[in-house]
Ligand binder design. Structure first.
Ligand SMILES: Cc1cc2nc3c(=O)[nH]c(=O)nc-3n(C[C@H](O)[C@H](O)[C@H](O)COP(=O)(O)OP(=O)(O)OC[C@H]3O[C@@H](n4cnc5c(N)ncnc54)[C@H](O)[C@@H]3O)c2cc1C
Length: 326
């Protein structure tokens, strides 16, 4: 039997989240190693455009489960729908994003159909027919190597680690699958949009984060200004969030979001292990801190010892000039 890989792209508000295309990249390589094809299942309400988009990434087959009951993320309905597709298509590996959606859905589906689950992977390879995965453990202090002793297995992939596949290939066939049972036990009555953020933290290429060193909400504006110039997402340490200077949704770390941007700028953040857990996979880390012994400098690629209220405005002005020349 072919060792096919089934990816679970994330359709939201009429389009696919970037992690969906990163899953294609990972799936293609695993499929090569295991000798199978890449399939995708798009779940949601009126998700034809999303199904068509993922069909153009060079994969072999798309399944579309389209139903009004999948309009909002009702986990029990999505679980039933995905479990059905897995039973029908018998993939060797089910790949999804280690996002809020993927974490909730993956665990439920794994339990429902009795599959193993390797969560939040940042590396993978196929060795002699065995899938070998890497995942950070102990808040990012160590990397575990996990061998999938048997297939099928479910694997979640950390967003922003792997390059996204492009969607310009000739389209794969799309097969519509009926939702067999609408198992909704809860109903979303209302969705309240929080303060609109310019750039999604989890998917941002650049993140500028501030900590207790920003001193107060007004001081945090200095951090936001630099983020604005760079088109970056704003992040924060728990100290800044707990102080009420910025919304909890911006917290980076063990009890906040995990980010892996190309560039992470940490201003007035000491570098506690719980903060590092959420950002140490960033490609380039720049730290601005007035204490030369701050632990953040141990993980930083570039360190600036100085007062953020002096350093950030200069960076901001210089970057504006550079960007204006482009
Ligand atoms: C179970 C648990 C979970 C946690 N989860 C998280 C988490 O998800 N995310 C998280 O961030 N933390 C988390 N924490 C808290 C974490 O331990 C730290 O307390 C927190 O990260 C500290 O935030 P900070 O670096 O902003 O503050 P501090 O540790 O107080 O550091 C402030 C830094 O700013 C520097 N500074 C001060 N003034 C200036 C200035 N003018 N210019 C430049 N630098 C300046 C100081 O030198 C210092 O290094 C968690 C803790 C626990 C126990």
């Amino acid at each position: 039997m072919a060792n096919n890989i089934l990816i679970v792209p994330e359709a939201r508000d009429g389009s696919l989240r970037k992690v969906s295309f990163e899953l294609v990249t990972v799936a293609n390589e695993i499929a090569q190693g295991l000798g199978g094809a890449v399939h995708a299942v798009v779940l949601g309400n009126e998700v034809s455009a999303s199904a068509e988009q993922i069909a153009k990434t060079g994969i072999a087959q798309v399944y579309q489960v389209d139903h009004a009951a999948l309009q909002n993320f009702a986990p029990e309905v999505f679980t039933a729908a995905l479990a059905d597709v897995i039973r029908k298509t018998q993939p060797a590996v089910v790949l999804f994003g280690a996002t809020g959606f993927g974490k909730e859905l993956g665990a439920r589906v794994a339990a429902r159909i009795g599959m193993g689950l390797v969560a939040d992977c940042t590396g993978y390879k196929v060795e002699g027919g065995t899938l070998v995965l890497t995942r950070p453990i102990y808040a990012g202090k160590a990397l575990a190597t996990v061998k999938a002793k048997s297939l099928p297995v479910m694997v979640s992939i950390r967003p922003n680690i792997f390059p996204p596949a492009s969607a310009d290939a000739s389209p794969a066939p799309i097969e519509k699958i009926e939702l067999s049972a609408n198992a909704a036990r809860s109903q979303v009555v209302e969705k309240v949009q929080k303060e609109a953020v310019a750039v999604d933290l989890a998917e941002a290429k650049i993140v500028v984060s501030g900590g207790r060193g920003a001193k107060n909400a007004e001081g945090f504006e200095t951090v936001k200004q630099l983020a604005n110039t760079l088109g970056a997402a704003v992040g924060a340490s728990r100290a800044a969030v707990d102080a009420g200077w910025i919304d909890y949704s911006t917290q980076v770390g063990q009890t906040g979001k995990t980010v892996a941007p190309q560039l992470y700028i940490a201003a007035g953040i000491s570098g506690a292990i719980q903060h590092l857990a959420g950002m140490s996979s960033s490609k380039v880390i720049v730290a601005v801190n007035k204490d030369p012994d701050a632990p953040i400098f141990k993980v930083a690629d570039y360190g600036i010892v100085g007062d953020l209220f002096q350093v950030l405005p200069v960076m901001n002005e210089e970057l504006k000039k550079v960007l204006a020349e482009k």
